[in-house]
Design a protein. Structure first.
Length: 360
């Protein structure tokens, strides 16, 4: 029995009637299914139809009956995807073994049966033994092991290229670190990053930082970054983009409250004589000292922390409290209060010579 190749591009000529993927990392197998759906089309150009089953809920006879049930009027490709997540998924009753053998002896046209088994499947288990005995032309078996560091880097490069982008080595390192190498999360983050950079061709470490550490709810990082720089104009643009007219503004208020807490934490830390890098590490744990942009982020944060007198900071905190009360107790539009708060903050942050860096 030859192994499957989940990284290969399947075609109508090379696709098998059956696949058994098992192991600790099934995401590449799910990618393979996605490529199958896009490759296997019917005579009218329609994509393959996917039917999904869980062995905990549906038995093999019902699954095979579905695979055999082809429409009289048209015959699209069908993918029968079966999830097996418990130990008993590896076992087969006599009836189940019989219906599977019958199916693979005469597979339904344009039908692919794909089994995803969560965990290593021993060669002694009935399900594995059945697939292993099938001819190479009919079925494949593949154990899906977690990728090592090199494998993760190669996977990121392939995914990025498929999105029509490139990615810097620093960005790869940062992305692998923040996701822990989880392929499903990496897939989601790379698609978000490809959208985020727009027409730019390369994803850089700063983009990854923005999307993974800064993006909470609705790109809250953009707002706090603008306020730290004292860039009221940029903050007002973000207000227009992320808080449509009539919105209550709870999410933006939450971002502001978190930002003010970070500033207060820094002010208290400095009064206590604590090391600046230690303070910064506690409030921005995702920004590591070896990142190239670390010195700038450190400088910008403490410039904002030290820009206020005690009276100024108390006044801004009171403004924030009034804004919170208005949002919670009235239906009126809080945009004017947000705008006033941003402008006052911009005036207070004394940052001569610093301008906003627009992303995109």
């Amino acid at each position: 029995m030859r192994a499957a190749s989940p990284n290969a591009d399947p075609t109508e000529k090379t696709v098998k009637s059956g696949y058994l993927f098992h192991g600790a990392e099934l995401f590449p197998a799910r990618e393979f299914i996605g490529r199958l759906k896009g490759t296997l089309v019917d005579d009218a150009g329609g994509p393959a139809v996917e039917d999904h089953f869980d062995l905990e809920e549906t038995g093999w006879r019902d699954i095979v009956d579905t695979a055999r049930n082809v429409s009289f009027f048209f015959s699209p490709w069908r993918l029968i995807v079966v999830e097996a997540s418990k130990a008993d998924g590896a076992e087969l009753t006599a009836d189940a073994e019989a219906v599977l053998k019958e199916f693979f002896a005469d597979p339904a046209p344009r039908t692919v049966l794909i089994v995803l088994y969560a965990g290593k499947l021993s060669k002694t288990k009935p399900l594995r033994k059945l697939f292993d005995k099938l001819p190479d032309a009919v079925a494949c078996v593949e154990e899906m092991e977690p990728l090592d560091k090199i494998g993760i880097v190669e996977w990121i490069d392939r995914k990025t290229a498929a999105l029509g982008k490139r990615i810097s080595s620093d960005a790869v390192e940062r992305l692998a670190e923040t996701t822990g190498g989880d392929l499903r999360e990496l897939d989601t983050e790379l698609e978000k990053l490809a959208t985020y950079i727009g027409d730019r061709k390369q994803i850089d470490a700063a983009d990854v930082l923005t999307m993974t550490d800064g993006e909470r709810e609705y790109k809250g990082y953009d707002l706090t970054d603008a306020l730290e720089r004292g860039d009221a104009a940029r903050a007002l643009v973000i207000l227009d983009q992320q808080m449509p007219e009539g919105a209550r503004g709870e999410m933006m208020l939450g971002t502001l409250a978190g930002f003010f807490r970070d500033l207060l934490y820094g002010r208290i830390g400095l009064l206590q004589g604590r090391d600046r890098r230690e303070i910064f590490r506690e409030i921005r744990p995702g920004i590591k000292e070896f990142y190239k942009f670390y010195p700038e982020k450190l400088r910008t944060y403490f410039a904002a922390v030290e820009s206020f007198s005690d009276d100024e900071f108390a006044r801004l905190a009171a403004d924030l409290e009034r804004l919170d009360m208005k949002i919670k107790t009235t239906d009126s539009d809080p945009r004017a209060l947000f705008e006033a708060l941003f402008c006052e903050f911009g005036r207070a942050v004394r940052r001569p010579g610093v301008t906003s860096k627009r992303r995109g």
